[in-house]
Write a protein that binds this ligand. Structure first.
Ligand code: SF4
Length: 502
């Protein structure tokens, strides 16, 4: 047995507690019934235009769709109906989240990994990758660069699966990042929200990371199709245990983490099956815990160093189908945030941004890549190759010129609007009101502290339009007291004060 396999076997015995999954099985079965999903995709092939429009109408009421409804949308052939679906997806996004786009950056902390996922540059047996784990001092340097130079307020910290990057290391990383404060042009830069993308844990470890200030916890199933899952995740690895991953977010919620994120890596199996899998996942979380995922991610396979699997996959998703899957996800789980990332090219992002709520920008996906490396040095340290390398300033300028306000707001979490609470507000459209105010305030902070001249000019124009809109909205959205407090906060931010929120 080689050292990668030995490491995985060791970790498996330490981490996996299969008994923690048992309470979620129904008659010994999981929420993914492969035969049933395939059967539904087959039997819902011929929905009439009226049936499709009825499904769209249900989704516009911010109702999670039933599997047979999503299957019907996935089978639409008529291009006119697809245009109606795209239009409805954009309307739902606006109804729930208004015109804001939240931005974040990934921070890769460790490329050491005992798994061997066929599609990943960091897989244990890929010898061309330079591997290491950031020291806590290096984590700080990265966070200082992100908060002080780039102006990010929200990170997703990413870890390979390895004994050296377990729950204790994750907790130290989070605490260090939250302690960073960097002087900026007019105020102070800080990371206010640390989301985590890390391997599934047991309940004991989840409690530790929750206590350290965990934001959203992401685990992507990669593929929901069990045979496709086994084909790319060797069974001798920790990740080879499909069930351990499938119920990772159930265990997280049982441990008290009420803000979780699901995702699939599109390109490992048929994209329609994966959409059905994501919906089944959201519905099962709703059934058990009364709340679904806060966000849904839909990364596509991207090339990585020495990783031939990617170009050989028979299930790669083209741009036209990508747009369709984003729209059907938007309609199927209408309350959820939807994250498009820099894996995609600027052009593809432009095609789907109206349906999405979050994107990353100025991202680097290598270890130490923000503070230590130039872009040319990155191939040997990154997990995959990015499609959008534009700076945060360029991205924000483009979003603003398209009428989207970039939000750096993290207030919802800090004011207790999470879990059950936020789900109710999202479904009723109330969260969008708080968010609009906070988006303007945090956008103003960013413009003052980080924006280039052109971005600032375009951004200020957008802020002025947003303020007029807030003033003209009905008192049931914004009472006169709230508008007054908002304008006062805005004035104080322009004078250099920071971190006001609703
Ligand atoms: S996808 Fe994650 S678990 Fe799999 S090899 Fe890459 S870093 Fe490791």
């Amino acid at each position: 047995m080689d050292s990668v396999a030995r490491g995985s076997e060791d970790l498996k015995s330490k981490v996996i507690r299969a008994e923690e999954n048992l309470r979620y099985l129904r008659g010994g079965n999981t929420f993914i019934d492969e035969g049933k999903i395939l059967g539904m995709l087959e039997s819902c092939r011929d929905a009439s235009p009226q049936r499709v429009r009825d499904i769209i109408a249900r989704s516009l009421e911010i109702k999670t769709l039933k599997p047979e409804e999503t299957a019907a949308l996935l089978n639409v052939k008529d291009s006119v109906l697809w245009e109606e679906i795209f239009d409805a997806a954009a309307r739902i996004k606006r109804k729930v989240y208004d015109n804001r786009v939240v931005t974040f950056a990934p921070l890769y902390c460790s490329s050491l990994c005992v798994n061997n996922c066929a599609y990943c540059g960091f897989r244990g047996e890929n010898s061309v990758i330079e591997r290491r784990r950031l020291s806590i001092t290096e984590v700080r340097k990265e966070a200082e660069m992100l908060a002080g130079e780039l102006g990010h307020k929200r990170l997703v910290v990413v870890f390979g699966e390895h004994p050296s990057s377990g729950a204790d290391y994750i907790c130290r990383v989070m605490r260090e990042i939250y302690s960073v404060k960097v002087k900026t042009r007019r105020g102070c830069g800080a990371i206010r929200r640390v989301n985590v993308n890390a391997a599934p844990m047991n309940e004991e470890d989840y409690k530790k990371v929750k206590d350290a200030g965990l934001g959203t916890y992401q685990v992507f199933q990669e593929t929901y199709h069990p045979p496709a899952y086994s084909a790319v995740h060797p069974d001798w690895t920790v990740k080879g245990d499909y069930l351990w991953r499938l119920y990772s977010l159930h265990r997280a919620m049982a441990a008290g983490i009420d803000d979780v994120a699901i995702g699939a890596l599109f390109g490992l199996y048929d994209w329609r099956f994966e959409v059905m899998g994501l919906l089944a996942h959201a519905r099962d979380l709703e059934d058990f815990f009364g709340i679904g995922p806060h966000t849904v991610s839909f990364p596509r396979l991207e090339p990585a160093a020495n990783t031939p699997f990617v170009k050989d996959s028979a299930y790669r998703v083209n741009d036209a189908d990508f747009k369709k899957l984003v729209a059907v996800l938007r309609l199927s789980i209408p309350y959820a945030g939807m994250i498009v990332t820099c894996r995609e090219s600027p052009n593809v992002i432009r095609q789907v941004i109206a349906m999405c709520t979050q994107r990353d920008a100025s991202s680097r996906v290598g270890i130490g890549a923000y503070s230590e490396r130039t872009q040319e040095q990155e191939e040997k340290i990154q997990q995959f190759i990015l499609g959008d390398n534009r700076s945060l300033d360029e991205v924000i300028r483009e979003l603003a010129s398209l009428g989207y306000i970039t939000s750096f707001c993290t207030a919802g979490y800090r004011c207790g609007r999470t879990g059950d609470n936020i789900m109710t507000m999202l479904k009723s459209g109330r969260e969008g009101c708080f968010c609009k105010l906070n988006a303007v305030l945090t956008f103003q902070e960013w413009l003052d502290d980080f924006a280039g001249e052109d971005t600032r000019r375009i951004g200020e124009g957008l802020i002025n339009r947003e303020i007029s809109e807030i003033e003209q909205r009905s008192p049931s959205d914004f009472s006169p007291e709230v508008v007054k407090a908002f304008k006062e906060y805005h004035r104080r931010i322009k004078n250099g004060e920071r971190d006001f929120c609703f």
